[in-house]
Design a protein around this ligand. Structure first.
Ligand code: COA
Length: 161
């Protein structure tokens, strides 16, 4: 039986931690659709199209990945792509409460979708997109946290190129 999964997130921008999780998902599932949420409430630094393009470039080394952007409900994207599994990452215990709420709400919205949690390598447990954006904007080195393509886009956005 072929099992495919959806990995949703804002990816503003995609980090090495996200890549680690996508790589793990790609080895477990036949196909992984990485869904980049518009998330206007988070006032993203990068446009939806820019974030989708960066995720595509960063995951070009992985064979069974598709990348799409969306602005509606995550469960609707899962339904449109005929996916019954949502993958989410748990970096630390502090992620759990929000993820527990999200997965139960998604189940309420669509009872045919199950959420599966993966943990990234511990060296990525303290990375987040907002910390990476903040470090880049304050002149710090983000090369250990993001792909070189993402780093150059971040530096350009922060007027550091
Ligand atoms: N490595 C590095 N960072 C990670 C990570 C990993 N493996 N996993 C999560 N993060 C970070 C992200 O960079 C992000 O950092 P930031 O908040 O500092 O920018 C943070 O953890 C949370 O990101 P993420 O887990 O991607 O959540 P999100 O808030 O960006 O996305 C959605 C949540 C998009 C899945 C959720 O809001 C959603 O489903 N929205 C669509 C609308 C909807 O369906 N709403 C109803 C939901 S029940």
């Amino acid at each position: 039986m072929s099992v495919s999964a959806l990995y949703p997130g804002t990816f503003d921008p995609v980090t090495n931690g996200h890549h680690d999780l996508i790589r793990r998902a790609s080895s477990l599932f036949d196909r992984v659709v990485v869904a980049v949420a518009a998330s206007p409430g988070k006032k993203p630094m990068f446009s939806l199209m820019e974030r989708v393009t960066l995720v595509r470039e960063v995951t070009a080394d992985l064979p069974n990945i598709e990348v799409t952007g969306y602005s509606g409900l995550t469960v609707n994207v899962a339904r449109e792509h005929d996916l019954k599994v949502i993958v989410r990452g748990l970096r630390a215990v502090s992620d759990f409460e929000f993820e527990f709420q999200l997965s139960n709400m998604n189940r309420h919205l669509n009872d045919h979708v199950e959420t599966v949690f993966l943990t990234p390598n511990e060296r990525y447990s303290y990375i987040s997109s907002s910390l990476v954006r903040e470090i880049a904007s304050l002149g710090g080195d983000v090369s250990g946290f993001v792909h070189p393509r993402v780093e150059s886009e971040l530096l350009a956005r922060c007027g550091r190129d």
